[in-house]
Design a protein around this ligand. Structure first.
Ligand SMILES: [Zn+2]
Ligand SMILES: [Zn+2]
Ligand SMILES: [Zn+2]
Length: 251
């Protein structure tokens, strides 16, 4: 049986063919591994590429929301209008933070392209919450189709190039999801609570505390094991007190 290798040309770190100068004799500066990584069962990419895809796709909505919340919506609207009309009026303020608008718009276009939805950018001055929702819908659709995409060479190479690669040298001003995530890292402030799940049938220490993404929104408490979930504004318990102790940073 012939094993398929990752179409992205991934190699196993530290594993070399006999013809490689690093075979059996490690030179730190030389080849870091030349034996191709085996593709995942039923896919054309390896496990590592798939994990990176999922991680970056899942990070995208938060990054888009963060960018959108940093871009002043009024200025964003002005900038977007200028883009549409193609001429900047003297009276209009300079399109400051244009990079923010470009990045969030490019990101949503990437996500929509791969989710099969009509490719449009964000609405002029679109608010952070709404942008987050659109991005999440697109990500859900892509993740739902990932096994199909991962079996089509052209598709999976294209998706990976848009999501887990930096833009190619000749288009280095373009945005990919990776470039935006590196530029605007979103700190994951969620943590696992040290206290056990209050569900009697569960009782496991599997409650994830998820601070709000927006100011004033409730913190969420969700058991990863049984699905028990409460919000800060559920008044049937002092949940913030019940899950005050950290077990560790949530992955
Ligand atoms: Zn080698
Ligand atoms: Zn790979
Ligand atoms: Zn539970």
């Amino acid at each position: 049986m012939i094993e398929r290798v990752c179409v992205r040309g991934c190699t196993v770190r530290g594993v070399h063919f006999a013809a490689c100068p690093n075979f059996g004799d490690v030179d730190e500066d030389g080849c870091r591994g030349c034996v191709p990584t085996v593709a995942r069962n039923g896919a054309l990419i390896c496990d590592r590429c798939r994990k990176r895809l999922l991680t970056l796709l899942e990070a995208a909505p938060d990054v888009i929301a963060l960018i959108r919340s940093q871009a002043d919506p009024l200025k964003a609207a002005v900038y977007d209008q200028e883009m549409v009309s193609g001429s900047a009026s003297d009276a209009a303020p300079a399109p400051v933070r244009a990079d923010l608008i470009d990045a969030s718009d490019d990101m949503i276009r990437i996500l929509r392209r791969w989710s099969g939805v009509r490719i449009v950018g964000l609405e002029p001055g679109e608010q952070s919450d709404a942008a987050h929702g659109h991005a999440l819908d697109a990500v859900d659709a892509i993740v739902g189709m990932l096994d199909v995409l991962a079996n089509d060479k052209a598709m999976i190479l294209g998706l990976c190039a848009d999501v887990i690669d930096m833009p190619p040298e000749e288009h280095k001003d373009a945005w990919t999801i990776l470039r935006a995530v590196r530029r605007w890292p979103v700190e994951d402030t969620a943590f696992w609570a040290a206290q056990p799940c209050p569900e009697v049938a569960c009782g496991l220490r599997a409650v994830k505390v998820i601070p709000p993404k927006r100011e004033g929104a409730p913190t969420r408490y969700r058991c990863a094991k049984c699905g028990w979930e409460k919000h800060d504004d559920d008044d049937d318990g002092l949940w913030a007190v019940a899950f005050s102790k950290k077990e560790g940073k949530a992955a």
